[in-house]
Design a protein around this ligand. Structure first.
Ligand code: SD4
Length: 361
């Protein structure tokens, strides 16, 4: 046996030992974290931690915000029939994308400052395959265009005109996405605006605050199917009245969404610029990889935003939602009001996420 072969064998042995120990460590950490949450030592402001969020169960689908409940129902049909989590998340987010009364996703989304509805979406499966579209106009289901990018091209991301061209070439229909209601809101905004993009415009003036029942926001959805395959989807019309061409976190793999089939998945909502800055969803998944529970991982990611810029963090909303491989779900946000919807065999519930501030009204 040559020296090279021996070296490779030793390397392989070390890798196996490392993986075994790591799994043991992760199991212990998950148990430890669940115990800490249950004992109330951390998570003081968080919602209750009822079963099965801390216990974990598979299959499971989770979505950002309370309107995720309806989307979860569509995803659950796929999961309950032992379907693939990728189909579940795609079909789940079709619901808000096609809903004209939801003004932050797909059809009926609030336009940019020039009156164009531009959509961002991405999707990722259990094989590290992913697809994304950004600043896409006229297509009701950007998530399905993102899936086509993943399945039919060598690329991960298409934007603007090119994304629209690709969608039309693949049979998607060109439609007007600007509803009368969103147009009216935009026209009202124009009266007072100086064409300056205002961060978190949904929170200002008479506009409802994200998380408020009147407000519907970006949907990020994560699912694990009966075979243990993890997938995720994220889709949005982005921040209302944004600069033309602005892209948020939602279509950016690692920012708005990240899936690692060995660990779990995470997604985000809120001011995308801040999520991009900390590569939020990837950060949450990596924190879970290092043994943190989903709740702790989301909290730590939010803490990083507070640390970067506490003054800004006080006045904006960012929320993270995560699920680990065992189906344990957790979430945390900068501001009070971030809710998330969980569907499993024995629950169909909207939960309040933990938070740091109550400043934004
Ligand atoms: C974005 N994260 O475009 C999205 C929008 C959002 O509350 O979630 N708004 O930045």
């Amino acid at each position: 046996m040559g020296f090279g072969v021996v070296t490779v064998k030793i390397y392989n042995l070390v890798q196996i030992l490392f993986m075994q120990n790591r799994r043991r460590f992760l199991r212990m950490s998950a148990l430890g974290a669940a115990g800490i949450v249950a004992s109330g030592k951390i998570n003081v402001q968080a919602a209750e931690a009822p079963e099965p969020r801390e216990k974990g169960t598979v299959p499971v689908v989770v979505s950002t915000w309370n309107f995720g409940k309806e989307a979860n129902a569509a995803a659950w049909k796929v999961l309950a029939a032992d379907g693939h989590s990728l189909d579940a998340v795609e079909q789940g987010v079709w619901v808000p994308e096609a809903d004209p009364t939801n003004q932050s996703v797909g059809l009926g989304g609030r336009p940019d400052r020039d009156g164009h509805v531009t959509l961002d979406a991405c999707i990722m499966d259990d094989q590290y395959r992913c697809g994304s579209v950004a600043c896409l106009e006229h297509i009701v289901h950007p998530i399905s265009v993102a899936r086509k990018v993943m399945e039919k091209t060598q690329h991960v991301m298409l934007v603007g005109e090119g994304a629209l061209q690709f969608a039309l070439e693949n049979g998607f229909k060109k439609e007007n996405l600007l509803t009368e209601k969103s147009k009216k809101e935009w026209e009202d905004w124009l009266k007072t605006s100086k064409y300056e993009p205002v961060m978190n415009i949904e929170n200002k003036g008479t506009k409802p605050f994200p998380g408020d029942e009147r407000n519907h926001d970006t949907i990020g959805m994560l699912a694990i199917d009966s075979k243990g395959r993890v997938s995720g989807a994220c889709t949005t019309s982005g921040m209302a009245f944004k600069l033309r061409g602005r892209v948020g976190d939602s279509p950016i793999i690692g920012a708005g969404l990240f899936v690692d089939n060995e660990i779990g998945a995470a997604t985000s909502t809120g001011v995308g610029e801040e999520v991009i800055r900390c590569v939020g969803s990837h950060l949450v998944v990596e924190l879970m990889r290092h043994g943190h529970s989903p709740t702790e991982a989301c909290k730590k990611a939010v803490e990083r935003l507070v640390k970067f810029n506490p003054e800004k963090a006080k006045n904006i909303q960012v929320g993270f939602l995560a699920v680990n491989k065992a189906g344990v779900v957790g979430a945390w946000a900068l501001q009070k009001g971030f809710t998330y919807s969980v569907r499993t065999n024995d629950t169909d519930t909207v939960f309040d996420a933990g938070y740091f501030y109550e400043n934004v009204k």
